[in-house]
Design a protein around this ligand. Sequence first.
Ligand code: HXC
Length: 257
Amino acid sequence: MSYETILTEVKEKVGIITLNRPQAMNALNSDLMTELIEALLDFDIDEEIGAIVITGSEKVFAAGADISEMAEMSAVEMLTSSFVELFDGIRDIKKPIIAAVSGYALGGGCELAMACDMIVASEKAKFGQPEVNLGVIPGAGGTQRLTRAVGKALAMEMVLNARNLSAQEALEFGLVNYVVPVEEYLDKALKLAKRISVRAPLAVRQAKASVNKAYELSLTEALAFERNAFYFLFATEDQKEGMQAFTEKRSAKWQGK
Ligand code: HXC
């Protein structure tokens, strides 16, 4: 599949999506978001792929939703365009998604990174929700995911006062998994994705779904979800293979069955 605003590639069971609107700081317009979701859905059903990496360039992950596209839109046009709903498509992806972020991850760019399951940042990454400077607020999860990631006090400062976080601050406050030199961030994300992609696929899928429930359900409901996900895995061949391989002191061969 060829796209206009993103590049896609598969490397050793990892699907890689590179945001590619350098002339506009990878601003997320509706074409880019539509193509991104299409590519994610394609990777999600491809049995040869076990994990996905979304990245940008060293200078910019994404500088937010496309301001020129939004500037003249009315509230009704914003509602009926379903542009913001496209971000929800990321939540529907069952395979792990890692954001490899360098440079600016602002506004919708920060929201996109936070909608992924993990973030690997370069030392040059900057995370922020500057929408208040444009007379709006984060509309694709920023006020919610940021608050859950970094806590209320800091989220308030970032959203109300457009404070950006350096990569190191993002690490300290639990927004990102790793900070590495700029020459290494993509490689680090790819290695992490590759390691996950060779694990038992059904277990990884259930694990992602279960961790995500911690966001959405009460503890009682989430524990019940986790338990059922755990029980389900005993109906898979991979569980039999994994436990047998352990007792036989050999590597397991996963089939995703
Ligand atoms: C459209 C953008 C853009 C954006 C940058 N550009 N960000 N175009 N939408 N979000 C364009 C610029 O207009 C410029 O185009 C080119 O990219 C290069 O940008 P510069 O500003 O010249 O680069 P620089 O001086 O290096 O500054 C980089 C920057 C700055 C700090 C990232 O561009 C910036 O502040 N961008 C806006 C960040 C922002 O406010 N994001 C939130 C958007 S609202 P020309 O044609 O002049 O060369 C949002 C809401 C999400 O995300 C809600 C739900 C989806």
